[in-house]
Design a protein around this ligand. Structure first.
Ligand code: FES
Length: 110
């Protein structure tokens, strides 16, 4: 089973489908999104897969573990927003994520 995933860049929406059980980083890679260089290739070690969750989805996705390495990495980013920042490589895709929308941050500067 696959779900539709949306990455928003200003007024532009980049859409793809991704298999349940894969990650949001897999979806971003499928679209070759330059704002997500993911230089550690999903090891939760670089912070360059940072996105902001769309406000409509914040309460619908699996929450981040407060003691996680993901949060540690995000807190070091100048774009960190406690309510909506996530790392794509740490977000598994579930069947209820049909239409999940995230907003791109330019991680090439981090
Ligand atoms: S790809 Fe490096 S932290 Fe996600």
């Amino acid at each position: 089973m696959s779900v539709k995933i949306n990455f928003v860049r200003g007024d532009e929406v980049l859409t793809t489908t991704m298999t349940v059980g894969r990650t949001m980083l897999d979806a971003a890679k499928k679209l070759n999104i330059p704002e997500i260089p993911a230089i550690c290739n999903g090891s939760c070690n670089c912070g360059t897969c940072h996105v902001h969750i769309d406000s409509e989805w914040i309460d619908k996705i699996e929450p981040m573990d407060p003691g996680s390495m993901e949060l540690f990495m995000l807190e070091r980013s100048e774009n960190f927003d406690v309510s909506r920042s996530r790392l794509c490589c740490q977000m598994d895709i579930y069947d209820v994520y049909e239409g999940l929308t995230v907003h791109l941050i330019d991680n090439r500067k981090d």
